[in-house]
Structure formats: structure tokens, C-alpha cells
Design a binder for this molecule. Structure first.
Ligand code: GDG
Length: 467
């Protein structure tokens, strides 16, 4: 029954993403951490579906295997393709273009060719393994050509795509030398989903301007089928984060962290991949200016910044890292005391339970990206604050700002405003802190990652029905 919302009666679901949802361990494979994987694996198991993706190692030719009752189908990617398709086209052309063109994109024909050919490999794999009438759900900017390629080979399957990052306005998107190809690829879908309503309207506008398609009420008319376009804000596994935060080990670790930091009055916290979209540098500058002006006091206020290593082969990321590390050095050189740095900087990937303990220790969480599809860190922080306390400072330019209206919302480009937001958070009265935190937690609890996946798949089933 293809009209049912009940996951158990669904046609097999096949997922395609750049990465498989597993990591290598000493004795095989284990599911990767993260809410997305936890939300999707049970659906795959129940529907008898498969996940198609790359193992994370170049030239890795691994036969299909199972983890936790789910079929995994590896797609090999060569070392040269990692450079051209992944680091190149995906992360040095599309990523900056889709994030407000915060850095210059590199447009290179060889990179495009590799992107096309890896997308073709995914499409052929999907065409070969998807059962008749299956539902195929493709994820993110690395695979935008797959829907169109797959539809040509397999008109029977229902195709959905979700973009985890923003979709830019026409004024930026139209810079892309292969703009028509990308739009055509995505129009192979029955449903295209974005994080925010603006992503959906930007995409429709691009399709209209570049391909002259007819669109009405969030539906684009193709020759023989329709593409629905809508927004589906992603979320986290609220219950899981809450449960981890409540554990005894976490509570112990949280007080240990506070003590190690010298029991300051206020612990401020930043947790980001070290990406130039995340606004880490401006955040550090605002913090430094407040210390400089004596509005924050290094004896009472410290900042912990976790910057997770990412895309280290890409030049813009090397530059960003050098800049942030110089800033951290300057600030600590000027304001730290022996044994008590004012910025605690970790260029490391921490275990998830350590991250949860840090969230709990953080009195003020600073999430200040210039542009972010959603930002799950903001949601994880609130979910971890089972004590009902803590303040979230959140950029208006994160998708999460649409829902998390109880945060202290700020325009991070406005450094005065950012300083004021930090001070407002530090000085906030306990009553207001608790009131806002309750609002944040209610919001995330009622729209968690399971709800997101259910809403997307239900919309996809309906989109796939004949109009
Ligand atoms: C993209 C979009 C969108 C971070 N450091 C560590 C660590 N993390 C985990 C966090 C969080 C995840 O990574 C980061 O997710 P974000 O949503 O904040 O950002 P992106 O990585 O840029 O994700 C974004 C997302 O896709 C989902 O659609 O929200 O807008 O850019 O879960 O906890 N995890 C561990 N150690 C770390 O050091 N274990």
C-alpha cells in the first residue's frame, strides 16, 4: 500500500549518500555516530532496504556487507576522484557558492567531469540494486546529478533528494558554469527537500529562470511527471542526547571539566567543524574585544572552542585554520595567566560523550555561522541541558534560527551586535535563562530527527503517486 504512512508497510527504501553510515573498527564495521544514521538505519532494516555510499577510503573495493541487519553497498572512489570530485568540485566549487560565496569557488572542467562520473557510478549502482517500485532517497550536494541519471534508467522508482546545506539565490547560483546540468539533475526527483523555505523558493526560481519550467504551489511541471519542492528542517535524536547527558559518567565529567577550567563563573563554548562558514574568527574577535574593554574578565569568563579537523587538503581550510590559530595565540598571549588560558582551543575530533559533557559544562553556547543549512550543534546543546539552564547565542543565518526563536539571535557580521549578544547571554537573569531554555527544549523535543525522516518519506510517497 503505497499510500500508507506506516514505515513497516513501505516499499523498500534505498538511501544514497557520499558516505556509508559506518566506520571501520578492529573487527569489522560499526554504525557511525549521529542522529541521521540512527534515524535512518531502523527504517532501512524494517523496509528491507540498502544504503549506497563510499567507505571513506580511496580505491576501496569492498563487496556489499551487512551491519545491524542493514545492507550496505559500497561505491568505490579513486584517489584522483577524491581530489577532483570531493575536495574539488563538491568542497571547493559548490560548498562556497552555496554558502553565500563566502570564499571564491574554483570552477574547473576536470573537477566537473569527475563529479559527473562519480554521480554516474552512484546512479548505475542504484539502478542495478533498487527493487521494482522502490523508494530512493539521495542525500546532499555531492550527488545532485544522481536523480536525473537514475530516472532515465529506472522510471519505476520514486526518487527523493534532500539538500543538507543552503540552496543559494539565483544571483549566486547562476555563476556556476554547469548550472543547467545541476538543475536538470535535481528535476529527476519526485520530491526535492531543503532545510529552509528559502532554499525551496531559490531552487524554484533557478529552475524557472534557467530552464523556463512551469511552477505553481511548490510543484514543478516536467514533461511526464511533477517535482514537488518543499522544506524539511532536520533535527537531532533528542531522547538520545538527553539520555547521554543524564548519565552518571557525563555528570562526573562535566564537573571535572569545570574544575579543570579553574571553576570560572561563565564557561562559553563553541563547537564547529573548522569551516570558514562557521564564523569562528569573528566570534574570537568579539570575545577579545570584550576582554580588551574590560566588559569580560579573564578571571571569571573563559571560552572553550572545539574546532574539528575537516577538509584539510583544501586551501581555504588551511588559510582559515592558520588565521584562527593565530587569533587564539594572540588572545591567550594577551589575557591568559599561568595555568589559566582564557581560550581553550581543541583542534580535535572528540568522542561524542565528551562533547555532551562539554555541552553540559557550557553556560553560554556560541553558534555564530555566516551561513549554515541547519546547525545541529545548537540543537544538541539545548537537548543536553537537562538542568534547564544555559543560554544559546545563535546566528540568524543558521537554518536553526527559524525554529529556535528562544535563542539570543544575532547577525554575526555585525561585531557590535555580536558583542552585545554575548554580554546579554552572560548577564541574563536565571529566570529568563530557564524560560528560554524550556522553550528551546520543547521545540526540539517535538520535532526530532525521526519526525523529520517520517515527514520527508511520507511526502515522498505522496509525491510519487500519479497526480
Ligand atoms: C551539515 C550542514 C546541517 C562536531 N564536532 C565533533 C562532533 N561534531 C558533530 C556535532 C554535530 C555535527 O558534528 C555537526 O553538525 P552541524 O549541523 O553543526 O554542521 P555540519 O557538519 O556543517 O553539517 C548543517 C547538517 O549537515 C545536517 O543536515 O545541520 O547546516 O552544514 O552533530 O555533534 N562529533 C564528535 N566529535 C567532535 O569533535 N563526536
Amino acid at each position: 500500500d503505497s499510500t500508507s504512512n506506516d514505515a513497516s508497510s513501505r516499499n523498500p527504501i534505498v538511501i544514497a549518500a557520499n558516505r556509508l553510515p559506518v566506520m571501520r573498527t578492529d573487527d569489522g564495521w560499526a554504525p557511525s555516530p549521529g542522529g541521521l544514521v540512527r534515524a535512518l538505519l531502523p527504517m532501512l532494516r524494517e523496509s528491507g532496504g540498502t544504503w549506497v555510499g563510499w567507505t571513506g577510503n580511496s580505491d576501496d573495493h569492498v563487496e556489499p556487507f551487512h551491519v545491524d541487519g542493514v545492507d550496505l553497498h559500497p561505491v568505490p572512489i579513486s584517489e584522483e576522484e577524491i581530489e577532483l570530485y570531493y575536495e574539488g568540485f563538491s568542497n571547493d566549487a559548490l560548498w562556497p557558492l552555496y554558502h553565500d560565496a563566502l570564499r571564491d569557488s574554483t570552477y574547473d572542467a576536470a573537477q566537473w567531469e569527475a563529479y559527473r562520473s562519480v554521480n554516474e557510478r552512484f546512479a548505475v549502482t542504484l539502478a542495478n540494486i533498487a527493487p521494482t517500485d522502490a523508494t530512493v532517497w539521495i542525500h546532499d550536494y555531492q550527488l545532485q546529478l544522481v536523480p536525473g541519471m537514475l530516472r532515465e534508467q529506472r522510471p519505476d522508482v520514486t526518487i527523493g533528494f534532500f539538500l543538507h546545506i543552503p540552496f543559494p539565490p539565483y544571483e549566486l547560483f547562476s555563476r556556476l558554469p554547469w548550472r543547467e546540468e545541476i538543475i536538470t539533475g535535481l528535476l529527476g526527483c519526485d520530491l526535492v527537500g531543503f532545510q529552509r523555505p528559502k532554499g525551496a523558493t531559490n531552487f524554484i526560481a533557478c529552475a524557472q529562470q534557467l530552464l523556463g519550467v512551469d511552477a505553481h504551489d511548490g510543484i514543478i511541471e516536467n514533461a511526464e511527471y511533477q517535482t514537488r519542492v518543499d522544506s524539511f528542517p532536520i533535527s537531532i535524536d533528542f531522547g538520545e542526547v538527553e539520555e547521554m547527558a543524564a548519565g552518571r559518567a557525563t555528570r562526573k565529567r562535566t564537573s571535572q571539566i569545570r574544575a579543570r577550567l579553574g571553576d570560572p563563573e561563565v564557561i562559553m563554548l563553541g563547537v564547529d567543524r573548522l569551516d570558514y562558514t562557521k564564523g569562528i574568527g569573528l566570534r574570537l574577535q568579539a570575545f577579545a574585544q570584550l576582554l580588551e574593554d574590560g566588559r569580560l574578565d579573564p578571571e571569571r569568563h573563559v571560552l572553550v572552542q572545539v574546532a574539528t579537523p575537516t577538509r584539510e587538503a583544501v586551501e581555504h581550510y588551511k588559510d582559515e585554520r592558520a588565521q584562527i590559530e593565530r587569533l587564539v595565540g594572540e588572545i591567550n598571549g594577551r589575557f591568559s595567566r599561568i595555568g589559566l588560558p582564557v581560550v581553550h582551543y581543541l583542534y580535535q575530533t572528540l568522542p561524542y560523550d565528551e562533547l555532551i559533557a562539554l555541552y553540559r559544562a557550557g553556560d553560554v553556547m556560541l553558534v555564530t555561522p555566516f551561513r549554515d543549512g541547519m546547525n545541529l550543534v545548537a540543537k544538541e546543546y539545548a537537548a543536553a541541558h537537562i538542568d534547564g539552564d544555559g543560554v544559546l547565542v545563535l546566528s540568524e543565518f543558521a537554518g536553526a534560527a527559524d525554529e529556535l526563536t528562544d535563542a539570543v539571535l544575532v547577525n554575526p557580521h555585525d561585531n557590535e551586535a555580536l558583542q552585545d549578544a554575548i554580554l546579554q547571554a552572560v548577564a541574563m537573569h536565571r529566570h529568563e535563562r530557564r524560560h528560554r531554555m524550556a522553550g528551546l527544549r520543547d521545540q526540539i523535543r517535538k520535532s526530532d530527527v525521526q519526525g523529520w525522516a517520517d515527514r520527508f518519506l511520507t511526502a515522498l510517497l505522496h509525491a510519487g503517486e500519479a497526480p
